[in-house]
Design a protein around this ligand. Structure first.
Ligand code: SAM
Length: 286
């Protein structure tokens, strides 16, 4: 049975091992069993599943995951947490603990070794300082994943699910929505962590599409277009794209494409839907 997720037990483990929090690793450990259960329920894990947990901390969520999943692979960067994890996870024989940086981990290799190349489920209370590179890396790597259920800063969860015309809409929204269906599972108060973060958090589930909701000839080019559009989001799309140094893209070419699409040449990227970015990309590199 999971023993962590209760403040007094977490404090006891931290004291027993004289653990010192490392701010640079975004360490805020969950101490609320309701939130933990919500995350695990939302991830819909059963004994057929192999779960990749990023940043297990002292193993609080890992215990919940290990009870429901067939297998858990937990990747933790902080070597000082490894002896603690060995202690808190000693009752579970279905957990593989790895010490390393998730951004440098061969996730495809883990998938092949531990799950016969079948899709993994990712579950994590993410270190907030690298949320975006982790999510983008997971999607862009092409590693088979069926879903990603993660705790992130509330504002980042909002960015992932909004559409055009809102201040939070940007490259992250479009990338997430190209690869997955986003769904907020819970709002989480700073009181649910030790130490308390300065911001509110939210749990978001990203369910991977088998086929993206829009079709585009060259996905990589579309994303370079999207990044260029939002790097200079105050500029018109024509100026932002023609200044970005992208191959074959001139001011006239962007203007022509927008006119053919029935859009104003003074439109900004933040007004375009994913569909429209796909169409623009196909027209610019046809
Ligand atoms: N899962 C634990 C929990 O919910 O209590 C801890 C979550 S804490 C927000 C983030 C964890 O990710 C920390 O344990 C931190 O050391 C770890 N971490 C930070 N950067 C990492 C990286 N690049 N790769 C793997 N783990 C990382």
């Amino acid at each position: 049975m999971a023993t962590l997720g209760i403040p007094s037990n977490t404090v006891a483990v931290l004291q027993k091992h004289q653990f010192q929090f490392q701010k640079k690793y975004g360490q805020n450990f969950l101490i609320d069993s309701n939130v933990l259960q919500k995350i695990v329920d939302a991830a819909q894990i059963d004994k057929e599943d192999c779960v990749l947990e990023i940043g297990p901390g002292i193993g609080t969520m890992t215990q919940y995951l290990a009870e429901q999943a067939g297998k858990v692979i937990a990747v933790e960067i902080d070597k000082n947490l490894i002896p603690i994890l060995k202690d808190t996870l000693s009752a579970y024989d279905n957990v593989t603990l790895l010490c390393g940086d998730i951004l440098k981990t061969d996730i495809q290799g883990l998938c092949d070794t531990y799950n016969e190349g079948k899709p993994l489920k990712v579950v994590a209370n993410l270190p907030y300082y690298i949320t975006t590179p982790i999510i983008m890396g997971l999607f862009e790597s092409g590693v088979p994943l069926s879903s990603i259920t993660i705790m992130v800063q509330k504002e980042v969860a909002d960015r992932m699910r909004v559409g055009p015309g809102t201040k939070d809409y940007g490259a992250l929204s479009l990338a997430v929505q190209y690869y997955a269906k986003p769904e907020i599972v819970a709002q989480v108060s700073p009181d649910c962590f030790i130490p308390k973060p300065n911001v509110g958090s939210a749990v978001i589930k990203l369910t991977r599409y088998e086929t993206p909701p829009v079709s585009v000839k060259d996905e990589k080019r579309m994303f370079s277009l999207i990044r260029a559009a939002f790097n200079q989001r105050r500029k018109t799309l024509v100026n932002a794209l023609s200044n970005a140094g992208m191959e074959q893209i001139t001011k006239e070419k962007v203007q022509d494409a927008l006119e053919q699409m029935g859009l104003s040449v003074s439109i900004r990227g933040e007004a375009l839907t994913l569909d429209r970015f796909a169409e623009l990309s196909d027209r610019l590199w046809s």
